[in-house]
Design a protein around this ligand. Structure first.
Ligand SMILES: [Zn+2]
Length: 118
C-alpha cells in the first residue's frame, strides 16, 4: 500500500463542491475524503441536485436559491446513513455552512450546553 498524503491528495479534487467546505475536518476523517470522491456518492449527489435543484432550507423561507451542496441531514459521524436519499437534502453554501457550524457546536459541547435556540 503506497502512503497517501491526504493534504496533497486533496488538491487534486478541490474543485469538487462538496469537498470545499473544509475547516480542517478532512484530516480528522480521511475516510470521508474517500467517500466524497467515490463514484456512487457523486452519482447520488448529482441525482439529488437534478431532482431538487433548489436549496431546501431557503425554499422553506420562500427564497429560491440554487443548491450547490448535498447535505446529510443526520451527519454521518452521528450515525446518519450516507447513501440514503432520505438522509440527503440539497442546500446552498450558506445554509450548509450554518448547519455545519451549528452541528459542530452541538457535538463539541457534547450536549452539556445547548443554547442555539433563537
Ligand atoms: Zn439556502
Amino acid at each position: 500500500m503506497p502512503k497517501i498524503n491526504t493534504k496533497y491528495h486533496r488538491h487534486a479534487w478541490e474543485g469538487y463542491e462538496t469537498a470545499t467546505d473544509d475547516k480542517g475536518t478532512w484530516s480528522q476523517d480521511s475516510g470521508m475524503v474517500k467517500f466524497y470522491k467515490s463514484k456512487p456518492w457523486r452519482k447520488l449527489r448529482q441525482f439529488i441536485l437534478s431532482r431538487e435543484p433548489l436549496c431546501r432550507s431557503c425554499k422553506k423561507q420562500g427564497k429560491y436559491v440554487s443548491a450547490t451542496v448535498v447535505d446529510h441531514i443526520k451527519p454521518i459521524r452521528l450515525g446518519g446513513d450516507r447513501m440514503s436519499e432520505d438522509n440527503l437534502q440539497p442546500l446552498c453554501r450558506s445554509c450548509h455552512n450554518s448547519k455545519t457550524a451549528k452541528e459542530s457546536n452541538e457535538t463539541n459541547t457534547s450536549g452539556s450546553r445547548r443554547r442555539l435556540k433563537r
